[in-house]
Design a protein around this ligand. Structure first.
Ligand code: URA
Length: 265
């Protein structure tokens, strides 16, 4: 493995922020192959060197997984002439090993996983494995019980087969901003019965699908004559997007999350 800075290695092992790690180094708490090293810029090879903090060896972990909150207006690719890519947000020292698992559209936000394990990523994306993915969406118009039933049966999005049964939950149906609310609905802002056309209404929904066809969520609503206005992935393969991650931020998967991925996929 390539050599990396000692402070970067310690931070990547979850030993603290870069400034916390620099403090630990300054205090002489870090040893490299048995000798104290106080220099953050010291180069180490995590696979060959024995690095310890307060006498406890920091074992090099071959598996690396990150949870990323993808913002809108960035592409799930490694390079792009026009837009920022998801890779531009990752400054992990082992970034070169990582790749995004699956794709989110340019305007879709939310949970994107980065792994260095190609086999696990393949299992997560394989149509055979039916790995669940949950999305929050704002949809123009009124999403109805008929849509819920249609998604549960499978809809025609122009592929050979109908989509697999999907779990659609209607969270709210509200009159669009700027429109005057009828007084009897003004307090709760929730409209229990939509007018048939659904004009000037916005629905918020949660949808769990077990496949990942191109633009699948948008195409499923299109098949019901509805347009997705906003889309965010909130969960995948049993992992939920960490609410403390702002758009553009990432963190290393916990051991428990890693185990859940291995057992779900
Ligand atoms: N479905 C979509 O339509 N877009 C995405 O980005 C993800 C799922």
């Amino acid at each position: 493995m390539a050599q990396i800075r000692l402070d970067k290695f310690l931070a990547s092992m979850g030993q603290g922020t870069r400034s916390e790690v620099k403090k630990q180094l300054k205090q002489g708490r870090v040893t490299v192959n048995g000798s104290a090293c106080k220099k953050p810029e010291c180069k180490v090879d995590p696979e060959l060197d024995e690095i310890a903090l307060d006498g406890t060896a920091l074992a090099y972990q071959p598996f690396l997984g990150l949870m990323f909150h993808k913002p809108a207006r960035c592409v799930t690719a490694t390079e792009d002439g026009r837009w920022k890519t998801v890779m531009d947000f990752i400054d992990h020292p082992r970034k070169r090993e990582l790749f995004p698992v699956g794709r989110l559209d340019l305007d879709t936000e939310g949970l994107l996983l980065f792994l260095n394990d190609g086999e696990l990523a393949h299992r997560m994306l394989s149509p055979k494995h039916h790995v669940p993915k949950t999305y929050f969406a704002r949809v123009a118009g009124c999403v109805t019980q008929e849509d819920v039933e249609a998604f549960a049966r499978g809809v025609d999005i122009g592929e050979r087969d109908l989509t697999l049964p999907a779990d659609l939950v209607i969270l709210s149906v509200q009159q669009a901003e700027g429109r005057k609310m009828p007084p009897e609905q003004a307090e709760c802002r929730i409209v229990p019965e939509c007018p048939k056309t659904g004009e000037n209404y916005i629905s918020e929904i949660s949808l769990t699908i077990c496949e990942g066809k191109f633009h699948q969520v948008k195409r499923m609503f299109e098949a019901r004559g509805k347009k997705v206005l906003y889309l965010k992935r909130t969960a995948m393969a049993g992992l939920s997007l960490d609410a403390s991650l702002a758009p553009g931020a990432w963190r290393i998967l916990t051991k428990e999350e890693e185990e859940r991925l291995q057992s779900t996929c």
